[in-house]
Write a protein that binds this ligand. Structure first.
Ligand SMILES: Cc1cc2nc3c(=O)[nH]c(=O)nc-3n(C[C@H](O)[C@H](O)[C@H](O)COP(=O)(O)O)c2cc1C
Length: 218
C-alpha cells in the first residue's frame, strides 16, 4: 500500500497558483444528478479504498454534478435537507472545487459552481505527488459564522464530523462510479486559505482528490 509518509510540511509543489486553463466562467450550471446511476450501496462499500494514482483526464460535467450532489447536495427540496448531516442542520461546511479552470464554491441550493478565484490552485491543496496533476481537488472549508450559536468547545469536533460525512459520501460515490479518490488531512492551511481567497472566519480542514484511475485510457 502506498501509505502517507509521516509528515513534512514543506511545500513541494510551489507556493503560487497557476493561471487558470480556459475562460473561467463566473457560474457553471451542473447537470441534475442521475439518481439511478452507480452500483448498489453494499457493492460500493465493498470497493471503497484510498487511491493515490490518478489519470490527468478531466471529469465530465455530468460526473461533477453527480459527485457534488452526492457530497452534500439538496436531497429534500422542501426542507433544504442535504445528503450529509450537520449539527442542528448548520450546514457549516462549504465545498471548494479546485480544477484546471479555476477555484469554485459548490452552491448547494442552486446546484451550481460559483467562481471564487480564476486560478489553477490544485498544486496548493497538498504535498503529495499527485497533487497538481489529478483533475480535481475538493477542499472542505468550515464557515465559522454558522457555528456561533454552538458552545465553542463543540465547534471543531462537530464541523470535523460534518466534513467526514461529506467526504465519505464522496468516497462512496467514487466507489460506485469507478473513480479514484483519497481524503487528505495533510494540507497547508495558510496557503490554501490564500489560494481559495477565504475570509477570516473560513478555515480549510480537509481535502479530497478525485479522478479517473491512473490506467484509464483516453
Ligand atoms: C482524517 C483523514 C486524513 C487523511 N489524510 C490523508 C492524507 O493527507 N494523505 C493521504 O494520502 N491519505 C490520507 N488519508 C487516508 C488514509 O491514509 C487511509 O484512509 C488509510 O491508509 C486506510 O486506507 P483505506 O482508505 O484504503 O482503507 C486520510 C484519512 C483520514 C480519515
Amino acid at each position: 500500500m502506498n501509505e502517507t509518509p509521516w509528515l513534512t510540511y514543506m511545500p513541494s509543489r510551489g507556493t503560487r497558483a497557476h493561471p487558470a486553463v480556459g475562460a473561467a466562467p463566473t457560474v457553471i450550471d451542473l447537470p441534475r444528478p442521475d439518481l439511478r446511476a452507480g452500483v448498489p450501496l453494499m457493492t460500493a462499500l465493498s470497493f471503497r479504498a484510498s487511491t493515490r494514482e490518478f489519470s490527468e483526464r478531466e471529469l465530465s460535467l455530468a460526473t461533477l454534478g453527480d459527485l457534488l450532489w452526492a457530497a452534500d447536495g439538496i436531497n429534500r427540496p422542501l426542507s433544504g435537507g442535504r445528503t450529509a448531516p450537520s449539527p442542528h442542520g448548520a450546514q457549516e461546511i462549504d465545498i471548494y472545487v479546485a480544477m484546471p479552470g479555476g477555484v469554485y464554491r459548490y452552491d448547494c441550493p442552486t446546484h451550481q459552481l460559483v467562481l471564487k478565484h480564476a486560478v489553477d490552485a490544485r498544486n496548493l491543496t497538498g504535498y503529495q505527488d499527485f497533487v497538481g496533476t489529478a483533475p480535481l481537488d475538493l477542499v472542505y472549508v468550515v464557515r465559522g459564522s454558522k457555528l456561533l450559536d454552538m458552545p465553542a468547545a463543540q465547534r471543531d469536533t462537530f464541523s470535523a464530523v460534518t466534513a467526514g460525512a461529506i467526504s465519505q459520501n464522496v468516497s462512496l460515490y467514487c466507489a460506485s462510479a469507478g473513480l479514484a479518490t483519497v481524503v487528505r488531512g495533510w494540507i497547508n492551511h495558510r496557503l490554501l486559505a490564500d489560494a481559495l481567497s477565504l475570509n477570516e472566519d473560513e478555515t480549510p480542514i480537509l481535502a479530497q482528490t478525485v479522478g479517473l484511475p491512473a490506467d484509464t485510457r483516453a
